[in-house]
Write a protein that binds this ligand. Structure first.
Ligand SMILES: [Zn+2]
Length: 339
């Protein structure tokens, strides 16, 4: 199950955002309005092909119904909408302002990830060649004045990409599309879950987190939600996720997927005031503990738990590299002085 970005190349390198998802002043109407999609332009591809982000079914490939006096469509202009089932949930990806006469698909077509749908254009209510790209939760093309029902496309695509890297581990298939997997799951004795502590940096999501999940990502989620951290997703975690989803305006299903994960953040420990820098009594390295390590971690912007582990070592090396110090992952007087 591959995914594709809606345009060729790498985001920010070959194509970029000109207007993000969220509240903005409308470029033509000059009124404050919620932008329910992401406006993207191509940097290196002309013509720019608009591509399906995932396998799915084309539900619209047509001009918008309202028309200018010239007969050309207003609003979305010529647009394509594709319905995707991802992790058992329905999403509609919409591509607006396509170039007239460039549709490569029609309503009802099944498409694969990366399949060309049309060419980028400026039809409809648009000031220049760009793609207005939306992700709407559900089975239909949506509209709302405040963004409800829509997802921020860039974090959505990034999460989808993270899933894509580890396909076999990533997917918890729904019973109807993978009966063998489901039967196998029930016939084996499940191993006792392993306990995890929360990693200092947010891990990539490599599968849906739900009851039965057991990983570092679950531990991170629990820490972010302020509940007991053991890396084991049980009913208590599910309840906390549901509460969080409700408060964040997400679909309340107790499952952490591409919509919920980007909003899960562990609050950073505030750095201590400058005058509290402790004296370095000996070099800090893997296995070191205490107030000096805590200070070091807060200066490096990582979780300050006072334990010098692999994450801290990595952050120290990155810091040393940035400061052009000897990169050894050990904090001696030179590195300490540079903090
Ligand atoms: Zn737009």
């Amino acid at each position: 199950m591959a995914m594709s970005w809606p345009l060729d190349g790498v985001y920010t390198k070959n194509f970029r955002t000109t207007s993000s998802f969220g509240w903005r002043i409308h470029p033509i109407k000059k009124t404050r309005k919620h932008h329910n999609g992401e406006d993207l332009i191509s940097i290196s591809h002309n013509p720019a092909y608009l591509k399906a982000i995932y396998e799915g079914t084309v539900i619209e490939a047509r001009p918008a119904k309202s028309r200018y006096a010239s007969g050309e469509p207003k609003g979305y202009g010529y647009f394509v909408a594709v319905r995707h089932k991802i992790g058992g949930k329905d999403y509609v990806a919409l591509y607006a302002h396509c170039k007239k006469g460039t549709f490569q698909v029609k309503k009802g077509d099944k498409v694969k990830a990366g399949q060309v749908l049309a060419i980028m254009g400026t039809s409809g209510f648009s000031t220049g060649v760009h793609l207005h790209f939306e992700i709407h939760v559900g089975k239909k093309v949506g509209w709302s004045s405040n963004g409800s029902g829509f997802l921020d496309p860039i974090p959505f695509l990034k999460s989808l990409e993270a899933f894509d890297g580890e396909t076999s581990k990533a997917w918890t298939p729904t019973p109807e599309n993978s009966p063998t997997q489901d039967i196998a799951d029930h016939s084996v004795t499940r191993p006792r879950p392993t306990k995890f502590s929360a990693p200092s940096t947010k891990p990539k999501l490599q599968g849906w987190l739900k009851v039965g999940s057991n990983s570092e990502a679950v531990a991170y989620l629990q820490k972010a939600l302020g509940i007991k951290v053991d890396g084991i997703f049980g009913n208590g975690t599910k309840k906390a996720v549901q509460k969080f989803q409700e408060a964040s305006g997400l679909t309340v299903d107790g499952i952490v997927g591409v919509a919920t994960w980007p909003k899960v953040v562990v609050a950073e420990t505030p750095a201590p005031a400058k005058d509290t820098k402790p004296k370095l009594t000996k070099s800090l390295k893997r296995g070191s503990r205490g107030a000096q390590v805590k200070f070091l971690q807060s200066k490096l912007g990582i979780t300050a738990d006072g334990i010098f582990g692999p994450g801290t070592q990595k952050a120290v090396k990155a810091f040393q590299e940035k400061k052009r110090l000897a990169v050894d992952g050990v904090v001696g007087p030179a590195t300490w002085g540079a903090l």
